[in-house]
Write a protein that binds this ligand. Structure first.
Ligand code: PLP
Length: 375
């Protein structure tokens, strides 16, 4: 840890300023209305075993980086499902089925979304079909099966699993509960985002009147990031500097912001951050992200194991934190940006900054987590 500030190996891969930045609370709340977020909180907070996940101070990391505070929202503790995705898919299942027990649910997933959909379906006594690509670990498949889901493996990547899910769902009249939006399919992804916004409602009550100055949001297809931005518009009194972080091999939000339109990228190598290895930003999130994100950064996979270990070994905070692969890029990019004086100055990262990071998942893939810990 002594080396964090001086060790040039902690770096970001790219940095982009959004020339179209124009945060508009009204526009954001037109896309994800306050009443949808309020309803999600009302319903989810009544689920069995609901409690807000911890907001932890990364006090030891902060001592090294010399900001005011670094907050870390620890989603490893979310309903025993070990990621924030528990809030989205399961909520959408409940909303779209409206008590009808005859509906068969389907989805395609990198893992955590499917786990949430399977869990939500089980709670409601619904059958569930889950399509996964060849890159989803067998461990993740097993967990989904443990919730009673029928897991179908599809050759190729996530896109292939989604195509197969759509095809079979049409043939069999299954109800797709997807976290990705496309033309004619926007309602369910909006529901998943409304579910995710519960995180920001909790944070607004956990920060004790402190103002967050910077927020770093991981993005895959952008649903989580856009939902947090909607949560900022709904629950916070100020607008922090909003930075999106993606794997360098899957920077679909960065490329879209650069091009000022949705850009489908080609993923040359799947990132270890499987939940974030996405080639196209989802349509509903894009409408929010395109003017609300102030900067985009990307990070390589090189620092994942190091960060997972530091979280676990109390190097960032007083207590150890179980943070899986997708929990690391917020920390990696923060250290990386801190190591670059020009970027630091440009985005006003300084001793009065309060930074909010998301620990999106715990050891959701226990086998990968153990590997990262011992690597
Ligand atoms: C486990 C996991 N899946 C997916 C995502 C990405 O979410 P989205 O696809 O909504 O952008 C994240 C974000 O960090 C994540 O941690």
């Amino acid at each position: 840890m002594k080396t964090i500030n001086k060790d040039n190996t902690w770096s970001i891969s790219s940095f982009l300023e959004n020339k179209k930045y124009d945060f508009s609370k009204d526009n954001i709340l037109d896309i994800l209305p306050a009443k949808d977020m309020d309803e999600a909180f009302k319903i989810i907070s009544k689920w069995d075993n609901y409690s807000p996940t911890p907001l932890i101070y990364l006090n030891k990391l902060n001592k090294k980086l010399k900001f005011n505070k670094i907050f870390y929202k620890d989603e490893s503790k979310r309903f025993n499902l070990k990621s924030f995705k528990a809030l989205g898919g399961a909520y959408a299942v409940e909303k779209v089925t409206k008590g009808n027990k005859d509906i068969i649910i389907s989805t395609a997933t990198a893992g955590n979304h499917g786990r949430s959909v399977a869990w939500g379906s089980k709670k409601l006594g619904l059958k569930c079909k889950i399509f996964i690509s060849e890159y989803v670990s067998e461990f993740r498949a097993k967990v989904m099966r443990s919730f009673g889901a029928n897991v179908i493996r599809v050759k190729g990547n996530y896109d292939n699993s989604l195509k197969e899910c759509i095809k079979q769902s049409k043939q069999n009249n299954w109800q797709i509960v997807q976290d990705v939006a496309w033309e004619d399919y926007k309602l369910v992804p909006k529901l998943t985002m409304a579910g995710y916004s519960v995180m920001m409602k909790e944070i607004s009550e956990q920060i004790n009147n402190e103002k967050i100055s910077h927020i770093i949001l991981q993005a895959g297809v952008g649903g989580m990031a856009a939902a947090m931005i909607a949560g900022i518009a709904r629950y916070l009194d100020n607008v922090p500097t909003i930075i999106v972080v993606e794997p360098e091999n899957a920077a679909c939000v960065l490329e879209s912001i650069k091009a000022d339109k949705v850009e489908k990228i080609s993923i040359k190598k799947e990132s270890l951050m499987g939940g974030m290895s996405c080639d196209e930003v989802s349509l509903v999130p894009w409408e929010i992200l395109k003017n609300s994100v102030s900067h985009c950064v990307t990070v390589s996979d090189n620092y994942i194991s190091k960060t997972v270990k530091s979280l676990a070994n109390c190097e960032f905070s007083d207590k150890g934190i179980v943070g899986g692969e997708c929990s690391t890029p917020g920390i990696i990019s923060l250290i990386g940006m801190s190591n670059d004086s020009k970027i630091k100055k440009k985005i006003n990262l300084n001793e009065s900054s309060n930074i909010l990071l998301f620990g999106c998942e715990g050891d959701a893939d226990e086998e990968l987590y153990q590997k990262l810990l011992t690597e």
